[in-house]
Design a protein around this ligand. Sequence first.
Ligand SMILES: NC(=O)C1=CN([C@@H]2O[C@H](COP(=O)(O)OP(=O)(O)OC[C@H]3O[C@@H](n4cnc5c(N)ncnc54)[C@H](O)[C@@H]3O)[C@@H](O)[C@H]2O)C=CC1
Ligand SMILES: CC(C)[C@@H](O)CC[C@@H](C)[C@H]1CC[C@H]2[C@@H]3[C@H](O)CC4=CC(=O)CC[C@]4(C)[C@H]3CC[C@]12C
Length: 369
Amino acid sequence: MAESAQVPTLVYLVTGGCGFLGEHIVRMLLEREPRLRELRVFDLHLSSWLEELKTGPVQVTAIQGDVTQAHEVAAAVAGSHVVIHTAGLVDVFGKASPKTIHKVNVQGTQNVIEACIRTGTQFLVYTSSMEVVGPNIKGHPFYRGNEDTPYEAVHRHPYPCSKALAEQLVLEANGRKVNGGLPLVTCALRPTGIYGEGHQVMRDFYNQGLRFGGRLFRAVPASVEHGRVYVGNVAWMHVLVARELEQRAALMGGQVYFCYDKSPYKSYEDFNMEFLGPCGLRLIGTHPLLPYWLLLLLATLNALLQWLLRPLVLYTPLLNPYTLAVANTTFTVSTNKAQRHFGYKPLFSWEESKARTIHWVQALEGSAW
Ligand SMILES: NC(=O)C1=CN([C@@H]2O[C@H](COP(=O)(O)OP(=O)(O)OC[C@H]3O[C@@H](n4cnc5c(N)ncnc54)[C@H](O)[C@@H]3O)[C@@H](O)[C@H]2O)C=CC1
Ligand SMILES: CC(C)[C@@H](O)CC[C@@H](C)[C@H]1CC[C@H]2[C@@H]3[C@H](O)CC4=CC(=O)CC[C@]4(C)[C@H]3CC[C@]12C
């Protein structure tokens, strides 16, 4: 891929490019990757905002496709220099079946890998997740951990299971020969809980607060810390990795990197209030208003109700046994591996990330969400 830094000659493909993170990656590439000649945006659901991107100097090619369909993936990958694979089913609320989650997240990733091998694309960046590590099924805390911290990464839920399998496929594919005889260079990024403009879970919390007269009710102790990362910094790390992967293949190939920034370590609910508070919502209770056993009973009832109602309607509340367990388990990271290996530093400060997110939530007030 060795190209002049000045002449735009490179072709990038972003799978899932119309998603929450994908859109930020697409826009960040157009703003900060001067070598781009063509940017292919591959997604099951193409967004209308793509049209506005087609007026710039970079050719933006929208490709409606399904990562579970190998031939569609191969057609999209052929001729690209770098693939950023961020497409996936991000579902911990029971919207999709375990089989579908596995098919999209695991088989879809396998299809991307095989497409790179067959078509000769050498560089693959995979959006993995903190959930590949934890929280595990035993609720063990992960406190300021790094990529080498020992931790019993045991999962049962289909989402973390699928992300762990997909990440393993990507890392194991590093070094395989692609068409043309050169080695495939892969790496995986593990963002913690992403927030920012376009975050659907944040919208759900906001709408839930509006339904309860501007109040949200604490369900998680303030002492349980969750690492969060601004979507713009996640996008930035993807751009950096894609840029550095060729020159630093020996160091970065087959590696995983946690992706986080200077966002404060707080409970999930307290962190959300950094944005929802300035928009008029209040978090009621300095401690969980209900005991854990009662919350678990309610979560279990939600899961039962979801199962009973499934033939009629998709009932997917925020509270279920998995989300309750994850929210109640400390998971924070502290590492400089990405900085050491490819010079990553957050592009957006906490203050900027907070201001941008608040501005977005404030714009929701008049929206249909
Ligand atoms: N949201 C978060 O807090 C975190 C997300 N991640 C990972 O980041 C990636 C993006 O996540 P989000 O942007 O939050 O999710 P999202 O749901 O907003 O975006 C996923 C995109 O993939 C597309 N997609 C789904 N199935 C597809 C298929 N079969 N073929 C083609 N495209 C398909 C969707 O249409 C969507 O545009 C995922 O791989 C997720 O596992 C990792 C850590 C945290
Ligand atoms: C109802 C209350 C118990 C409330 O506090 C539940 C919050 C819950 C919806 C979130 C708590 C932790 C979140 C997850 C975490 O950020 C890690 C994730 C990584 C991903 O790759 C995808 C999203 C998620 C699973 C994220 C989902 C929402 C939470 C479970």
